[in-house]
Write a protein that binds this ligand. Structure first.
Ligand code: 5AD
Ligand code: SF4
Length: 458
């Protein structure tokens, strides 16, 4: 692995693309959104400016996702629509990167020959170099199996001025049987604590108030670094180091794995004043039979034990989870077990997914046990209905309470409201009068839906 990228290693003497405009369109998770900020950083280093729309763009980067089948379908649908965009101006460049590009490689240009560059997840920092090469020699695909450089080696242009992603780890060493992530993102690699703290400090200097630590399995952070000769995770210590960064208001992290959650991390979340009292504990299924088939490494009982420990340790903790409905072999009885855990856990929010077979995963070979679409749809609706009620009750607990709100942006629908998040991670809307982006305000919650809160300044 290279220690840092050589930003000026273009193979020809061309100054830059100043005067040209770029646009980055992102599908998928927070890791992808953050990678897109790095792509934007590299493009701006090359002299380009962000376009306000696709129409204005000379260079378009599509950052793809492949976690579920419909993400793949969306990509090829989008590329189909972009054929027209490309044909309108022969100087336009269409670049495709991210997880679906890593998986499909040459297939991307077989299905959409108008694409100029296909780049994988392991060499993202080479994007400008590949763009240059495509201009000189024609369309190019560069998808490699080994990590060449970390995206974090590249400069970044953040979407939000006040809340920033901070990658602490890339890849994943687990082997959940439904998940394609290890095959497209590679094995777990942790960044050095000093690099992370330095990046956090630089972010604060540029106006950031809140950071969200990103990794596929954050509680195993540091195992590979052998800090002080030990292969123990260093996540709790990292939280403590970041809590000391002056000027930082709030720290969040995602995603942890229930099997790797340590009691000391829960204590640190409660005790460290800047770490938000919010835990995402991805359950996936409540049935022990299905959890075993998923290779999740815990049982329903162990999961509930950890969740209850989180509730007992962290004051007014906000809990969220992920559920996959319709994993191969899931019976009505298995699904009832999931509903039982959902009712008992009282999550603030549940991210729900319908099982989607992914190529190369073990679950993809369980086709004898695949569940009918209609059954999955009806279970999904039932889960949604039950959780919406629970979320509403959970959100209503805030009415009349005072909370610290970090104002992040104008609300999507109207300029008369702004929105941000409180400590528990819930979205809050507030009248925009006398409020600015970046304010860290004391507010009183006055209204709750199952998905958001409304507040007034106190
Ligand atoms: N099908 C459905 N959902 C999936 N997830 C991951 N892989 C699949 C799949 N093949 C969900 C899991 C994970 C979240 C990020 O996406 O719930 O926690
Ligand atoms: Fe996928 Fe499991 Fe790794 Fe999460 S922990 S990225 S679900 S393999």
């Amino acid at each position: 692995m290279k220690a840092a990228i050589e930003l000026n290693k273009t193979p020809r003497a061309k100054p830059s693309r100043s005067g040209l405009n770029y646009f980055v369109k992102t599908f998928g998770c927070q890791m992808n959104e953050h990678d897109s900020e790095r792509i934007a950083g590299l493009f701006e280093y090359d002299g380009m400016l962000k376009a306000n729309s696709l129409e204005q763009a000379d260079v378009l980067f599509i950052n793809t996702c492949t976690i579920r089948e419909n993400a793949d379908d969306k990509l090829y649908g989008t590329l189909g629509q972009l054929k027209k965009w490309k044909s309108e101006n022969s100087n336009r460049k269409l670049l495709v990167g991210g997880c679906a590009a890593q998986k499909d490689k040459e297939l991307v240009r077989e299905r959409a020959p108008w694409v100029d560059v296909v780049i994988g997840t392991h060499n993202l920092t080479n994007i400008v170099n590949l763009l240059n090469q495509s201009e000189d020699w024609g369309p190019i695909t560069e998808v490699i199996d080994e990590i060449e450089s970390l995206p974090t080696d590249a400069p970044s242009i953040r979407e939000s001025e006040v809340s920033a992603w901070l990658t602490i780890q890339i890849g994943c060493n687990n082997s959940c049987t439904f998940c394609i992530v290890p095959s497209v993102r590679g094995p777990e690699i942790s960044r050095r604590p000093s690099d992370i703290v330095n990046e956090a400090t630089a972010m604060i200097d540029s106006g950031v108030k809140e950071i969200t630590l990103l990794g596929q399995n954050v509680n195993s952070y540091g195992r590979d670094l052998k800090i002080n000769g030990s292969s123990k995770p260093y996540f709790t210590e990292l939280l403590t180091e970041l809590n000391n960064v002056e000027g930082l208001k709030r720290i969040r992290f995602t995603s942890p794995h229930p099997k790797d959650f340590k009691p000391e991390t829960l204590i640190a979340v409660n005790d460290l004043d800047k770490v938000a009292n919010q835990i995402h504990m991805p359950l996936q299924s409540g049935s022990n039979k299905i959890l075993r088939k998923m290779q999740r490494g815990y049982t329903q009982e162990k999961f509930l034990e950890k969740l209850n420990l989180a509730k007992d340790t962290i004051e007014d903790v906000s809990l969220t989870t992920d559920i996959i409905v319709g994993f191969p072999g899931e019976t009505d009885v298995d699904f009832e077990e999931t509903l039982k855990v959902i009712k008992e856990s009282q999550f603030d929010a549940v991210y729900m997914f319908k099982f989607s077979p992914r190529p190369g995963t073990t679950a993809n070979t369980m086709d004898d046990d695949f569940i009918e679409k209609e059954v999955i749809d009806s279970r999904f609706m039932k889960l949604k209905e039950i959780q919406t009620e629970i979320s509403h009750v959970r959100y209503k607990r805030f009415i009349g309470t005072d909370q610290k709100l970090l104002v992040e942006k104008y609300s999507k629908k109207t300029n008369t409201f702004m929105s941000g998040k409180i400590d528990g991670g819930q979205t809050v809307h507030i009248p925009s009068q006398d409020v600015s982006i970046g304010d860290f305000l004391d507010v009183r919650i006055i209204e709750a839906t199952p998905f958001a809160l409304t507040a007034e300044i106190i």
